[in-house]
Design a protein around this ligand. Structure first.
Ligand code: THU
Length: 162
């Protein structure tokens, strides 16, 4: 029997801290951090902030918004990109920064976006035909960089499959 073996790779760059990021990315991460401080997460006490940099120079932020009916809540990343796309539907998303961790204790490792957010981000990446660069971190320490969303969502499901 002949079988094919397929290997899918994800590549990341790790910065030691946000201070090592290019200045405009550091500033984007700081916008995400400010947004994180306004998250509404009374059930999980896990606060997430996201900031996107659009082609027109606008910075749009979002944070997680929870609800007593748990699945009705939404992640920070989707809050940010849904707002960006609703307000500036034709502006490419160049970069996204994400900072996440529990409310009252530091998180030292980068925290990557959940699967649902990767799926949503991937759709915009395909729509705009341009990669979305992603920077994500815990509350402290290393920042991971991914050159695109596809890089962190191998075998993505797309509208072409419908
Ligand atoms: N959360 C995000 O905002 N982004 C993610 O990518 C992962 C999870 C939020 C959802 C929920 O409000 C809390 O973090 C705990 O899962």
């Amino acid at each position: 029997m002949q079988v094919k073996k397929i290997n899918l790779n994800s590549e990341f760059v790790l910065y030691n801290s946000k201070n090592e990021l290019p200045p405009e990315v550091k500033s984007l991460m700081e916008s995400a951090e400010k947004a994180r401080n306004k998250a509404y997460a009374p059930y999980s006490n896990f606060l997430v902030g996201a900031a996107v940099h659009l082609e027109n120079g606008k910075i749009i932020t979002g944070n997680n918004q929870e609800n007593a009916a748990y699945p009705s809540g939404i992640c920070a990343e989707r809050t940010a990109v849904f707002y960006a796309s609703s307000k500036y539907p034709n502006q490419k998303i160049l970069q996204m920064a994400i900072i996440a961790g529990p409310k009252n204790k530091p998180a030292f490792s980068p925290i990557s976006p959940c699967g649902a957010c990767r799926q949503v981000l991937a759709e915009y990446e395909i729509k705009q035909n341009n990669p979305i660069e992603l920077y994500f971190m815990g509350t402290e320490g290393e920042v991971a960089y991914s050159k695109s969303i596809k890089n962190i969502l191998p075998l993505l499901y797309t509208g072409k499959m419908l």
